[in-house]
Structure formats: structure tokens, C-alpha cells
Design a protein around this ligand. Structure first.
Ligand code: GRF
Length: 216
């Protein structure tokens, strides 16, 4: 399963994938391309250390977002990617992306969607929202990227209890380690044919029907 990974920052989920591939615990997954929307981020160092080709599609080089997302989709397709993962990608993907890349695109989100998703639910804000809401549980969700932000079909979810006295930083750390495990496990199941993702979307919705994407 040839995998493309879209990143915007730290790259710890990318790192978890590459580590699992390196230690043989992700058989059948071949990382073919890392795509970043800004230069100079840690995730690009992670890609380089892992020997994965990377391309940067910076905002200033592509003032037209539709053109940029089209180029990103095309780059994934040209690299032979079959599946794409938004692993800390912090921008919405426009429908032009889907014209270029027809394979399933997944997003990982640090909450139990549909709780605490959508506009503004990025990074530490997600964990603060969980604590402010007094939720007893949080966790990580992997979902298909569809027209509605953070609202595509859930592919995998893992929950943890929110601890008494927990602050947003500690919750973020604990959820992140869940994310790493869940993402690797989900890709392993997909590569093994134990989990089919995106069949309905790619068969029933043309690129014009699918628009925005997931992001942090
Ligand atoms: C993760 O919390 C992920 O759920 C969210 O963005 C963060 C990315 O972290 N979409 P990293 O760049 O993989 O370290």
C-alpha cells in the first residue's frame, strides 16, 4: 500500500509510521511521498531522515488555493500513492485535490469525533475544550476526509479516560501516544486487507461532490 502523508509541523505521527515500517511492524506499507504546506518544519526532517521524498507546496508559491490543492492531489497520484493520510495537516483541502488524487484520504484528529471537531478545533484548543466540557473521556479518531470538516465516516477510534486534575498539556500528550498507536494499527489493517476505506466515497462521489478536508 503506497502511502502519501501530508504534514504541517511536528511530524510525530509521520515518525510513528516510519518507525513502524523500519522495525517491520507495518508490513506492506510503503511511504512514497511526504507533502508539506510550509518549509522548515520538523516533519520534513523526519521525512528526510526516513529517506522519504518530500515536496513543499507553500502558500506563497500557490496564491490560488484551488490550484495548490490540485497540484497536491496530482503529486500524490504521480508518485503512485494509493492512500493519503493527513497527519497534522493544518489546512482544508479543496475539491480540486480530489480531482488529482482519487484514493482514500484519511485524517487523524485528537478527540472523539464528532465531539470537539470542526472550525477552530486545532491542537491544544481541542484538549482545552474537552476539559472545559467536563468530558469523562477523550481519545483519537481517524476518519475519511469528506466535504464536511472533521465529519467524514469514522474509520477507527480509541478512547481514554480523562484523569482527575488533568490539564490540557497532559491530555494532549496522552492522546498523542494513542494517535501514534491507532494510526499505525489502522494502516496495518488496511494494508492487510482487513479494513476497506473509501470504497463508497470513491465509487459514489465524483471530485465535484467532495470538497473540504480534515486538518488538525
Ligand atoms: C495530532 O494531534 C493530530 O491529531 C492533529 O495534529 C497533530 C499532529 O501532530 N491532526 P504531529 O505533527 O503528527 O506531531
Amino acid at each position: 500500500m503506497r502511502l502519501g502523508v501530508l504534514v504541517s509541523g511536528r511530524g510525530s505521527n509521520l515518525e510513528a509510521i516510519l518507525k513502524a515500517i523500519a522495525d517491520g511492524s507495518l508490513p506492506g506499507v510503503e511511504p512514497c511521498l511526504v507533502i508539506a504546506n510550509r518549509p522548515g518544519i520538523r516533519a520534513l526532517d523526519v521525512a528526510s531522515r526516513g529517506g522519504v521524498p518530500a515536496r513543499v507546496f507553500a502558500r506563497d508559491a500557490y496564491p490560488d488555493v484551488m490550484a495548490r490543492d490540485a497540484a497536491i492531489g496530482l503529486a500524490l497520484a504521480q508518485a503512485g500513492c494509493e492512500v493519503a493520510v493527513l497527519a497534522g495537516y493544518d489546512q482544508v483541502l479543496r475539491r480540486s485535490y480530489f480531482a488529482g488524487f482519487r484514493g482514500p484520504t484519511l485524517n487523524i484528529h485528537p478527540s472523539l469525533l464528532p465531539r470537539h471537531g470542526g472550525r477552530g478545533m486545532l491542537g491544544i484548543a481541542v484538549h482545552r475544550a474537552v476539559l472545559e466540557a467536563g468530558d469523562a473521556e477523550s481519545g483519537a479518531t481517524i476518519h475519511e476526509v469528506t466535504a464536511e470538516l472533521d465529519a467524514g465516516p469514522v474509520v477507527a477510534q480509541e478512547r481514554i479516560a480523562v484523569l482527575p486534575e488533568e490539564d490540557a498539556d497532559s491530555l494532549a500528550r496522552r492522546v498523542l501516544s494513542v494517535e501514534h498507536r491507532l494510526l499505525v494499527e489502522t494502516l496495518r489493517r488496511m494494508a492487510a486487507g482487513a479494513l476497506t476505506v473509501g470504497a463508497s466515497a470513491s465509487m459514489t462521489a465524483g471530485p465535484r461532490d467532495r470538497r473540504a478536508g480534515g486538518r488538525i
